[in-house]
Every structure is written in structure tokens, then in C-alpha cells.
Ligand binder design. Structure first.
Ligand SMILES: Cc1cc2nc3c(=O)[nH]c(=O)nc-3n(C[C@H](O)[C@H](O)[C@H](O)COP(=O)(O)OP(=O)(O)OC[C@H]3O[C@@H](n4cnc5c(N)ncnc54)[C@H](O)[C@@H]3O)c2cc1C
Length: 411
């Protein structure tokens, strides 16, 4: 048995290269973009600055950490990917610069696994080159997104084509996507409710696909769109995966994609904890530094313990994915735990910063707003808890012990 948390020299080299690139190149550009408000005042310069970062990342071999080398990627496993994602996400633009951002990252995995050769050439290749963007369209306003068996958007066959009608919302990246992976109902009477849906690739723009609006959120309008689908015609060869495999494809996509979110959230939580400690070492009140007060030390200690647990859970879930063993419970537990720890750690950091934490002079306010969606997107807390409990009960019923449901660790 070997449990070894040290990194190979090659991986350590990759990690420190990504860390330097983020600290020395991406973060200064990010600060300039914010200080000069480039996004609103000089769109051309904004795009130029970001494109230059991508070019440098690609040239320096920090491109597509999650993809195999034959697709231009770094060929990392999920454990290795956790190191790179957690470094990249120290910057808001980091994952995008390395071309491993949601939802493209999950869509690349999906196309790699389910796409035909032709689909890979048309859709995966430009995604990997960074010359295309994509979105994943599953959630609908009318039915609970946490239960995909309720999906109402439907497709019926008409000769060589499928005709799709329905309504989607919160489709991230749809505003700028070149194509969508669309999940809709194709089977009226499936053997299993999970086998009612199929996935299609939709070229954008397409007649019958209308972006109604970008939805305003508690963090402003952030590129999540409402889409109306009216008599959208898709050729049969636009189906991704087999008929009735839409749910399977969603599950396959969401496991690693959920964990990739966790890897990025760890970076955010670490930033919040670093800021909490830094502030506590520099703020003086009632005769001592905040860092010397027990009430503040408890917040720091709780956050440190939660971040430690988060890292271990993510590494172990990633290890299980790499080993090809069932990872559903471990990813569910990691997703639930890290999403909640993230919110708590940022909240404590805001508390220690006082009014400054509530202001927009630090990134904490924005991080707090962003963190809120983590508890229900890609599976709400309660659904993960329901599944974890079901598997824990089943483990006890099957084996007389819950051991296999708690990570199946040798403890
Ligand atoms: C920022 C953001 C980006 C997103 N991007 C995408 C995207 O790109 N593509 C896409 O398709 N979707 C996307 N979504 C949608 C997201 O995946 C859904 O919000 C999520 O699946 C939950 O669905 P829902 O919002 O319909 O909530 P519902 O399913 O209506 O659930 C609402 C609440 O009900 C409770 N609940 C549900 N089931 C149970 C249960 N079994 N037991 C107890 N309580 C329960 C939970 O508290 C849950 O939060 C995004 C959402 C956000 C906020």
C-alpha cells in the first residue's frame, strides 16, 4: 500500500511554472484590467490583453491541462489536474487563460468520450485550439433542474432530422458560444425514466434557437442566458452519444466537472483565508492585534481545518476517478463539503475585514456573491445529501457496515 502526497519532480515543475505564470503574468494583467476598467472602456485592448495571455500559456505548455497530448493538452490525470486548477483559479481569468474553464472543459471531456470522429473534428478541435466557445443546455425554468427526468424540452424525428421545442435557462456562455450541447427528451415511454433524454450538438446561431436575455443575478449579468427553442431542426448526425443516453452523458460529464469546480473553489477559499490572516496580523483593536484574539483564532482555525478537509476530499475523489473505480459518492461529498466550506471561509474573512470586507475595495464581496451558487448549481446540497445517504444505507444493508460508503478507505 502506498499513500504518498509528495509530487514527482515533473509535476512539481508544472505546478511551480503555473504558479509563477499566474502570479507574475496573469494577476498583474488582471489588476490592470480592473484598475483601467478595460472591459467597459476599451474592449479592443481588453480582448488583446487576454488573447496575449492565452498565446503565452499555449506557447509555454500550460494549455489544456485536462486533455490528452494528442489534442494539444498536458495529459494530466485528475489528481494532477487538481494541482493545476487550484493554482490557475487564484486568478479570475486563470482557468480561461489555460483553456480549462467551465463549461468548455466539461464539454471537451464529453465530446472526447461520446463524439464521433466527425463531431470531434468539427467541435472538439476548435475548442482545444481556443478558437471556439461552447455551452451546455440542460436546465429549464418550468421544471426542477435537479431532476433531469422532468426535462420538458422535446425532440421528435422528422425524416433525417429532429425537431426541437422547449425552453432553457441559466445556460452559461450561451451568449458567445459557437455551439451548444443540448439535452432534451426524445423517448416517450422509456424503460427507465433516466433513458428519456438524448443530447444534440447545436451550431450557434441557428434558426429556432433564440437568446431571450442574459439573466441578471446577484452578481450582475454574468453570461447565463435564457433560451427559447422553437422548431429547431437538427440533422440526425447532430446527436451526441446514443438515443436515450442524455442522462448518462450528463452524469459522465458532471462527475469530473463538479470536481473541477471544487479544485477552483479551493483556490478561492485559500485566497480568502490568506486575506483573513493578513488582515488579522495588521489590524489592532482593544489592546492587541486581531490575530492575538481567541475569537479570531477560532475563525482562522475553523477555516484552516475546512480547507484541509476540502483538499483531502478533492484529492481522494480525483484519485478514484483516475483509478477507474466508482467515484459518485466521493465526488458528491467533496462537492457538497467544498461548496459549503467556501461560503463559510469567505464569510469569516469578510467578518475579520469589517467594513472593508463589505466594500468592493477587496475581491471578497465578489467572491462571496459568486460562491453562493456553488451550493445548488451542478446538484443542490440536498440532492447530494440524499444520494450520499442512499448509498450509505445501501452499503450497510449489503455489507453490514457503512465503511465502503465513507470513501472505502483502509481505515
Ligand atoms: C451561476 C449558474 C450557472 C449555471 N450554469 C448552467 C449551465 O451552464 N447549464 C445548465 O444546464 N444549467 C446551469 N445552471 C443551472 C443549475 O445547474 C441548476 O440551478 C441546478 O441544477 C438546480 O436546478 P434548479 O435551479 O431548477 O433548482 P430546483 O431543482 O428547483 O431545486 C431548488 C431547491 O430545491 C431543493 N431540492 C431539490 N431537490 C431536492 C430533494 N430531492 N430533496 C430536498 N431538497 C431538494 C434544493 O434546496 C434546491 O436548491 C446554472 C446555475 C447557476 C446559478
Amino acid at each position: 500500500m502506498s499513500i504518498d502526497f509528495s509530487l514527482s519532480p515533473e509535476l512539481e515543475e508544472i505546478r511551480s511554472r503555473v504558479r509563477s505564470f499566474v502570479t507574475e503574468v496573469i494577476l498583474p494583467t488582471e489588476r490592470r484590467i480592473e484598475e483601467e476598467n478595460l472591459r467597459d472602456t476599451d474592449r479592443k485592448e481588453y480582448v488583446r490583453a487576454l488573447a496575449a495571455l492565452r498565446k503565452q500559456a499555449q506557447g509555454d505548455g500550460m494549455w489544456l491541462p485536462h486533455m490528452p497530448p494528442q489534442w494539444g493538452g498536458m495529459g494530466l490525470g485528475h489528481v494532477e489536474l487538481a494541482m493545476v486548477q487550484a493554482e490557475a483559479a487564484k486568478s479570475y481569468y486563470g482557468p480561461w487563460v489555460l483553456n480549462c474553464q467551465a463549461p468548455d472543459e466539461g464539454n471537451m471531456h464529453t465530446l472526447l468520450h461520446f463524439g464521433t470522429d466527425d463531431q470531434k473534428a468539427r467541435y472538439l478541435e476548435p475548442l482545444c485550439h481556443g478558437t471556439a466557445a461552447s455551452c451546455f443546455a440542460m436546465t429549464e425554468p418550468e421544471v426542477a433542474g435537479s431532476d433531469p427526468t422532468l426535462i420538458g424540452t422535446s425532440a421528435y424525428p422528422d425524416g433525417d432530422e429532429w425537431v426541437v421545442n422547449g425552453h432553457k435557462w441559466f445556460i452559461s456562455n450561451a451568449h458567445r458560444a459557437d455551439f451548444a450541447i443540448l439535452v432534451c427528451r426524445t423517448e416517450d415511454d422509456p424503460e427507465l425514466p433516466q433513458a428519456a433524454n438524448s443530447a444534440f450538438i447545436v451550431d450557434l446561431p441557428s434558426d429556432g434557437w433564440t437568446e431571450v436575455r442574459q439573466i441578471g443575478t446577484m452578481h450582475g449579468s454574468t453570461g447565463h442566458s435564457e433560451i427559447l427553442i422553437e422548431d429547431l431542426r437538427l440533422h440526425g448526425d447532430q446527436m451526441l452519444g446514443g438515443r436515450g443516453e442524455g442522462h448518462l452523458l450528463g452524469q459522465y460529464r458532471l462527475g469530473p466537472a463538479r470536481l473541477a469546480h471544487c479544485m477552483r473553489w479551493i483556490a478561492q477559499a485559500e485566497t480568502a483565508l490568506d486575506m483573513m490572516v493578513d488582515r488579522s496580523l495588521n489590524r489592532f483593536a482593544h489592546g492587541s492585534l486581531l490575530a492575538e484574539k481567541q475569537g479570531i483564532q477560532w475563525m482562522i482555525a475553523d477555516s484552516a481545518m475546512e480547507l484541509y478537509q476540502s483538499k483531502l476530499m478533492v484529492l481522494h475523489a480525483a484519485y478514484r476517478i483516475d483509478r477507474g473505480v466508482d467515484f459518485k459518492s466521493e465526488v458528491s461529498m467533496a462537492k457538497h463539503f467544498v461548496a459549503n466550506a467556501l461560503g463559510r471561509i469567505i464569510d469569516r474573512s469578510i467578518q475579520v475585514h469589517g467594513a472593508l470586507g463589505y466594500s468592493t475595495d477587496t475581491p471578497l464581496a465578489g467572491m462571496y456573491q459568486h460562491a453562493r451558487w456553488a451550493r445548488f448549481a451542478d446538484g443542490p446540497d440536498e440532492v447530494h445529501q440524499m444520494r450520499i445517504a442512499q448509498r450509505t444505507i445501501a452499503a450497510y444493508q449489503d455489507h453490514g457496515s457503512t465503511r465502503s460508503a465513507t470513501g472505502d478507505l483502509p481505515l
